[in-house]
Design a binder for this molecule. Structure first.
Ligand code: SF4
Length: 192
């Protein structure tokens, strides 16, 4: 007498409802689960808001020094190809951009212009600080003419270390920003 739950190998395997499966050998992952997804309305709206946003971030290129060459490489060179993530449209106008990528050394004269351009970007907006100069002054640390971190001027969402960071690091930074956007609540930043 065959053991209990032994499968008849001569017959084609059929998907059996989970409630009727008598043992692990009859369970086929993915075939018995009911095709129903439960969620709350708030979570659904949050997903509907954040998913498209996180997949179509248009960068405002703010290349100031050597780091900008790496940013241009990430944006334009075929081996990096930001287009596959939906970020390929580098804008020259702040009014059409979502994320400001500050790549390079920010001198004190540039500071007020940077703030003005950030304010001209529509909400919601984000900032990536690319490279040690933008992060903390870098090799110009404690210099009287270099801003000691772009976060002293505008709120920064992602910091990318390196001197210079490679294009892969910028892609990693943009992926981190994508994660942040996916997790944010329904309110826009700055809303009460
Ligand atoms: S972090 Fe290094 S590569 Fe980038 S702008 Fe400063 S000196 Fe140049």
């Amino acid at each position: 007498m065959p053991p209990r739950n032994a499968r008849d190998v001569s017959s084609p395997r059929r998907a059996i409802p989970l409630s009727m499966a008598r043992g692990p050998d009859e369970y086929v992952p993915g075939e018995q689960e009911p095709g129903v997804l439960l969620t709350s309305l708030r979570d659904l709206l949050q997903w509907a808001q954040n998913y498209p946003r996180s997949r179509s971030i248009w960068p405002f290129s703010y290349g100031l020094a050597c780091c900008a060459i790496e940013m241009i490489q990430a944006a334009s060179a075929p081996q990096y190809d930001l287009a596959r993530f939906g970020w390929e449209v580098f804008r020259s106008s702040p009014r059409q951009a979502d994320v400001m990528i500050v790549s390079g050394t920010v001198c004190t004269k540039m500071g007020p212009r940077l703030i003005r351009l950030y304010e001209q970007m529509p909400e919601p907006k984000w900032v990536i600080s690319m490279g040690q100069c933008a992060n903390s002054g870098g090799e110009f640390y404690d210099s009287y003419y270099i801003v000691q971190g772009v976060d002293t001027l505008v709120p920064v969402d992602v910091y990318i270390p390196g001197c210079p960071p490679r294009p892969e690091a910028l892609i990693e930074g943009l992926l981190k920003l994508r994660e942040q956007i996916e997790k944010q609540g329904l309110k826009e930043r700055g809303e009460q």
